[in-house]
Ligand binder design. Structure first.
Ligand code: ATP
Length: 371
């Protein structure tokens, strides 16, 4: 018997990851003519199945950006394109995008089943039931299908909201601070489950959060947003290791900002001569992460340059997996992250060791390519 001929669909630019699933360009929104726009020229792309996070402080325009993409607000400028189709003038219900709200926005009078079925009104009753059951099983809520939202825990409500958003089979869902009302332990496990579910089903997502740890661990790529603009976009690793501005360095993690005078790949600073991750010339501002510094006992009789790096422990914060010191060095205070066994106490004299390269985050004459 001849083997059946298997026909594979021809790969498309999108299935090969060459064409973005979502392309946002120049998105701008102004709520008041006398005030600056709350979203200004925001541009980014999301690939199929990719998780992208918008991270920034309260009021920087994250939720508004998400609402513009969803079509809940009209934009004043810019374009939202999904799957090569311009959505900019389509109403929200025709965009084929799922949305999970911060407060979940579940219908209190409907059961879990009813909430998830709500977005599936175009299907026959039989197809609808089958799809709701499939999605409830996917999020592990089958046994709760007859309960009302008020009879569920916060984590279970969160999963109903997610199930409702993914039930119509969107390629993209928008998540507005979806984990913020969960307690710390549940937040971590729910985050892991949601991430696995999105990845397994190849659903792209844009997550809005002000929690840097959440953005770093949940997203494939992220953008740090400030005052309505995206300040830096990249993988969590790249943005954390190579912040391009003082704001990004401070918002994504903790850091020490140190002025210096750069000459190529080195800079003279109050901490002595530091090696840089990229070449620069002239006055610069440098970022040194607390984990790039460590403490040792003072040197005693050794030379002046070593004594320059002698300081005093101001405070010690034990956190189980690590330990954070505040250390005074001359007129400067620095944050140093050490292993939990580190023995120093407030008042101890210590010597500062620089273990990492410094990143140029400001200065007129930054040279070389950034990440
Ligand atoms: P948070 O993390 O606190 O939710 P956010 O980064 O999501 O903040 P947005 O909710 O997008 O910020 O708000 C950005 C700015 O736009 C804020 O100054 C807010 O007051 C303003 N804003 C949002 N919605 C409206 C509206 N409908 N009318 C007028 N101003 C608005």
């Amino acid at each position: 018997m001849n083997a059946p001929k298997v026909e594979h669909p021809a790969p498309t630019a999108k299935s090969l990851g060459l064409e973005p699933l979502l392309s946002v360009s120049g998105l701008t929104k102004r709520f008041h003519p006398a005030l600056p726009p709350v979203v200004q020229e925001v541009s980014f792309q999301v690939k199929q199945g990719e998780i992208f996070a918008l991270l920034g402080p309260s009021g920087c325009g994250k939720t508004t950006t998400l609402r513009l993409i969803a079509g809940f607000e009209p934009a004043d400028g810019g374009k939202v394109v999904m799957d090569s189709k311009n959505l900019s003038h389509l109403p929200a219900e025709d965009r084929g995008i799922g949305f999970v709200f911060q407060d979940y926005a579940l219908f209190p009078h409907l059961s879990v089943f009813g909430n998830v079925a709500f977005g599936l009104r175009g299907l026959s009753p039989k197809a609808r039931r089958a799809r709701v059951e499939e999605v409830l099983s996917l999020v592990g809520l089958t046994v709760f299908k007859d309960r009302k939202p008020a009879e569920l825990s916060g984590g279970q409500q969160q999963r109903v909201a997610l199930a409702r958003a993914i039930a119509p089979g969107p390629q993209l869902i928008l998540l507005d601070e979806p984990f913020s009302s969960l307690d710390a332990a549940l937040r971590q496990s729910t985050r892991d489950e949601v991430r696995a579910l999105l990845k397994h089903n190849q659903i792209g997502a844009v997550l809005v959060t002000h929690d840097q740890e959440e953005a770093l661990s949940f997203a494939d790529r992220l953008a740090v947003m400030r005052g309505g603009r995206l300040e830096q976009t990249g993988t969590p690793e790249a943005v954390y290791a190579h912040p391009q501005t003082p704001f990004v360095a401070q918002f994504l993690g903790r850091t020490n900002l140190i002025p210096g005078e750069a000459k190529g790949l080195e800079a003279e600073t109050p901490l002595g001569r530091l090696v840089l991750t990229q070449a620069a010339q002239g006055a610069v501002l440098l970022s040194l992460r607390p984990e790039g510094l460590s403490l040792a006992s003072p040197l005693g009789q050794f030379g002046i340059s070593a004594r320059q790096l002698e300081g005093e422990v101001l405070s010690r914060e034990f956190k189980g997996h690590d330990l954070t010191y505040r250390v005074r060095l001359g007129s400067r205070e620095l944050t140093v992250q050490e292993s939990p066994e580190s023995p120093f106490q407030p008042g101890d004299k210590v010597r500062l060791l620089v273990r990492a390269k410094a990143v140029v985050v400001g200065g007129q004459d930054k040279l070389g390519a950034g990440d």
